[in-house]
Design a protein around this ligand. Structure first.
Ligand SMILES: [Zn+2]
Length: 309
């Protein structure tokens, strides 16, 4: 399985357009030891021909252009992008679907709850249903393994399974609609497996880590894990108000309850932080936080990084 991280930042990217936090300011001033990043986006392929997007980020257009393997290969209209798997309905995670609206056949996997939010409540997504067989929505059930197929139904060789991680829908979803949806379909982690049994876990938003999740991670070869915030009160400290990491559905990297400590015992997977917020001090390669993460055996994803498993 080929895995490519097209974007490694949390929502807003790095730098974020309206942010003057120490990281964003230093990056703009050219004094930052670290890299700019686009909003989280991962692509996987079983054969190097058909690619599946895990989420569809608002930066998708530029991310596709920066990735030769995702460029059209033959004819006038074509794309190696066969489909997408949606893990939640956050704008950071689904806006890119609207960038794929040029009548290119595509298969989109989502829970019924996420599909209803997008297609029944947000009329703009009707642009994906203008002609028959434009976007085929495939319903995914939590915990049940499904095949990733191209828009014409060809098996890609990849298998996927979704874990229920969070129960909060985005703020734009009306209370009326929320009351009709299944809470366990709100925010998912994805496990993608190749025919040879190699496994990738993509977990950009993890509210808590329990024993069952640890067992899942120990069965994987690569773990792309929620690196949104370094500390629980990071945004509150920098902005003077706002929500904690926990309230936003993200376990922080540091502290006794954080992911560095909780995932310390994992032996099998290569551990890589992804979905990193622009305020996170570990983005700064000259910082003690960066050193601490690297010394604990973790990597920090950069845009364009890829691996073959
Ligand atoms: Zn910032």
């Amino acid at each position: 399985m080929l895995v490519k991280v097209l974007g490694s930042a949390a929502g807003g990217g790095f730098p974020q357009w309206n942010c003057a936090c120490p990281n964003c300011r230093a990056l703009r001033a050219g004094t930052f030891r670290g890299k700019a990043r686009t909003q989280a986006q991962v692509a996987v392929s079983g054969d190097g021909v058909s690619w599946f997007l895990l989420g569809t980020s608002p930066d998708l257009r530029a991310q596709i252009e920066a990735s030769p393997e995702l460029h059209p290969r033959e004819g006038l209209r074509q794309s190696p992008i066969a489909g997408a798997v949606l893990a939640n309905a956050d704008i950071d995670h689904v806006l890119g679907l609207l960038l794929l609206r040029e009548l290119q056949p595509l298969r989109v996997y989502a829970t019924d709850s996420i599909r209803r939010i997008l297609t029944e409540d947000n009329s703009m997504f009707g642009m994906l249903q203008r002609v028959p067989a434009q976007v085929s929505w495939s319903s995914l059930a939590v915990r049940k393994t499904f095949r990733l197929e191209t828009s014409t139904g060809q098996d890609s060789g990849l298998r996927c399974r979704a874990l229920s991680l969070g129960t909060h829908y985005p703020a734009y979803v009306s209370p009326q609609r929320q009351s009709e949806l299944t809470a366990g379909e709100a925010s998912l982690g994805l496990i993608v497996e190749s025919l040879s049994g190699q496994r990738l876990a993509y977990m950009p938003a993890v509210p808590q880590i329990d024993e069952a999740l640890l067992r899942e991670f120990e069965s994987c070869d690569v773990l792309l894990f929620d690196g949104t915030f370094w500390s629980n009160d990071e945004l509150i400290r920098i902005q003077g108000s706002g929500q904690s990491a926990q309230q936003m559905g993200h376990v922080p990297v540091s502290s006794a309850e954080g992911s560095l400590s909780k995932l310390r015992g994992l032996r099998r997977p290569r551990k890589i932080y992804v979905h990193i917020n622009n305020t996170n001090p570990m983005l700064n390669e000259a910082s003690p936080e960066y050193r601490q993460v690297r010394e604990a055996g973790w990597e920090i994803a950069e845009d364009g990084c890829q691996f073959d498993l």
